[in-house]
Design a protein around this ligand. Sequence first.
Ligand code: KG4
Ligand code: ZN
Length: 341
Amino acid sequence: MYGVLLLGIETSCDDTATAVVRDGKRVLSNVATNQDRFHEKYGGIVPEIASRQHVALLSAAVEDALARAQTRLTDMDGIAVTMGPGLIGSLVVGVASAKALAFASGKPLYAVNHLHGHVFAPFLETELEPEYPFLALLVSGGHSQLVHVASPLDMRILGRTRDDAAGEAFDKTARLLGLPFPGGPAIDALAREGNSTIKFPRHRADGDALDMSFSGLKTSVRYFLSDPKNTGVRKENVAASFQAAVVDVLMDRLERAAARYPYSLAVLSGGVAANSALQRAFTTWGVRNGVRTAIPQLRYCTDNAAMIAAVADRQGESKRADPLSVSADPNLSFEPLTSRR
Ligand code: KG4
Ligand code: ZN
C-alpha cells in the first residue's frame, strides 16, 4: 500500500523481533534480539524460556524499532503481528502486546501467518516485485514446503516434508557432530572445509506427490557416526555429504514442481535459505532454466519482523484489519485464508 507505515512484531519462536516497514518494502528499522545464548546449553529451544524472554525484551524492542526508524507509534498506519504457527507461549506475548498497542493507539491490527511472511521476505529492500503466480521453496526450522503463490491471500502447498523440517535435520545432525545450536550455520561452515564423499540417502515421495522426508537422512548420519569403521572419517566430509543430500532432495522437489507450471519467478526463503550450498544450487537452476530467482538478504532469511509487516501490507490491500478479539494460533494452517475470513 502506498505511503503506508507498519510496525511489525514477530515472537513465534525464540527471536524477539520488531520492525518498521514502509510500503511493504522499505525497512526503516529491523530489530532482532536473538535468544540463542539462553537455549544453547539445552541443544534446542526451550518454550518456557523463549516466552519469558519475549516478555522481558519485547517492550524495549518495540521502542527501539520506532526510535531507529525515527518514528512514533502515532505515525504508524497499523500494527502487524504473527498470530501463528509457532510456540503458543511465545505467540501470545507478541499478539497480546500488538493488541494492547492497537487498542491504545486506535491503529488497525493485522494478524498474519508467520509462513506467509517468509514467502514475501525476498521482496524486502529490492526492486523486485512478485509476478504471480510464483513458486516458493520455504525451508525453516519448523517447515519445509513448496508453495504455489497466486496472490498474497491465495497460496497452495504443493509439497511438504512428511517428518522433520530441513532446518530441524540440520540442527539434529549438528548435534550428532558435536556442533553448537543452531546447527545450520555450523554445518554450512564445516561443509565448506569438506567434500561430499559419503553417499547418504535421498528420501522423497514416489509418484506425483511433491513431498519430501529428512528424518531417515539424520538417522543414516547417526548410524554412520556410530559405526566403528568410520571413526577416522573427517567431520567436514560428513557435514558436506549431509548438506549435499538435503540440497539434492530440495532441488529435486523444486524441479518437479517447476515442470508442472511455467513459473517465471521462484523464491527461496526461511532460515535454511541462508545455506550457501542451497543458494548456489537454486541460483544455478534458475539461470539454466530461465526462471528469475530471489533469495532474501541474510537478515530476512531467518525470523524477522520486517517480513511480517511486509506481508501484512500486501495482504492489507484486499483484506480488512483484524478485530482485537483475534487470538494466537499455534497450529494456524497455511492455506485457505479466504475461508478463515
Ligand atoms: O526461519 P527460521 O529462522 O526459524 C523458523 O521459523 O524455524 O529458521 C531457523 C532454521 C534453523 O533450523 C537453522 O539451523 C537453520 O534455519 N539455518 C540454516 C542456516 N542458517 C540457519 N540451515 C542451513 N544452513 C544455514 N546457513
Ligand atoms: Zn521462520
